[in-house]
Design a protein around this ligand. Structure first.
Ligand SMILES: [Zn+2]
Ligand SMILES: [Zn+2]
Length: 324
């Protein structure tokens, strides 16, 4: 099959658009979608200047998504004096898995001459995920602990490094899975949070929440296309799945979405466009008062992180782990 734009051979067919693209045109189309997302989200504030640049902290795990995101951000903004980028890797203490992906992060950051920081659960919390997975004091999936710890460190260190925005490499499949899970669980509060956390114009919202605004520049690109892009560009991505991965429900949703997408191409895109509209409609309703601001948060008594209760969830998890 020939490329739709030239006479070279197509490397991919996107059923949702009907398009066939060769290597060059496929890579360009991925980059175009990421740049359009960045523009439409207003990620780069118009107030950023070479004298007063803004700082983006990039969550770099070493998996294909964050590696592709970092690569495209560097191509687009690497020489733009209005932006400073810092890659941040979280080491969970997972033997083999994280060590190999850390190598990928170090290699990529070195290739791009990008500032790269690594923080670990062990140094920060005296916790290693391998031990947590073995003991599992609260009898929940390892991913549930890990998600709380990772979010906490990303937030804490993005703040410490002076981030104006925190950039995460979630792709279209990740986002559609999360959307569908929240809908099936009837979790409207979580749907509303999606708007405050990652949508809308960043220019309008700076300083409106206690948290650093998050952006997901890859959220229009399907997982398979991210993987193909990483392969074609020969990027140092670490592909193996986490050995503790056990989010059974997410796995079920992933299978369901693959099946739906196969029979009804474009399902992921339509889920997301409806979901984003829903998130915007519900966001106001779940803010505390008439001012439309988010509810005030306290500082955690133990660690000082922002929390709705006296002690944050991370500190409560650490307490139960240490009690074993
Ligand atoms: Zn072509
Ligand atoms: Zn705390």
């Amino acid at each position: 099959m020939e490329c739709d734009k030239c006479d070279r051979e197509a490397v991919m067919h996107a059923a949702y658009s009907g398009g066939h693209l060769c290597e060059t045109h496929f890579c360009r189309s991925v980059e175009k979608r990421v740049r359009r997302r960045i523009r439409e989200d207003g990620l780069l504030s118009s107030e950023s200047t070479p004298e007063n640049p803004e700082r983006w902290v990039i969550g770099l795990s070493g998996g294909k998504d964050s590696v592709v995101m970092t690569h495209i951000l560097d191509e687009t903004f690497g020489r733009d004096p209005r932006v400073e980028m810092v890659a941040l890797t979280i080491h969970e203490g997972i033997e083999g898995y994280r060590d190999a992906s850390l190598d990928a992060c170090v290699e990529l950051a070195g290739d791009l001459a990008m500032r790269h920081e690594v923080v670990s659960y062990e140094e920060e919390f005296d916790v290693r995920m391998d031990d947590v997975a073995e003991d599992d004091p609260l009898d929940m999936a390892p991913c549930a602990y890990c998600g709380v710890f990772r979010r906490d460190l990303l937030e804490q260190y993005a703040d410490e490094f002076g981030a104006d925005k925190l950039l995460m490499g979630h792709n279209l499949d990740d986002e559609a899975q999360t959307a569908l899970m929240n809908i099936l669980e009837g979790d409207v509060k979580q749907i509303a949070k999606h708007f405050d956390a990652s949508l809308g114009s960043f220019a309008d919202r700076t300083g409106q929440t206690d948290f650093i605004p998050r952006a997901k520049p890859l959220r229009d690109v399907p997982e398979k296309e991210v993987a193909l892009y990483a392969h074609l560009k020969d990027l140092p991505a670490h592909i193996t799945e986490c050995p503790h991965a056990s989010e059974a429900y997410r796995g079920e949703i992933q299978q369901l979405l693959w099946k739906l997408e196969e029979n009804h191409p474009g399902t992921r895109h339509s889920i997301m466009s409806g979901y984003e509209e829903l998130a915007e409609l519900t966001a106001d309703r779940y803010r505390s008062d008439e001012t439309g601001e988010n509810p005030a948060l306290n500082d955690c008594e133990r660690c000082g992180s922002k929390t709705g209760s006296r002690i944050c969830r991370k500190c409560r998890l650490i307490e139960s782990i240490n009690a074993v």
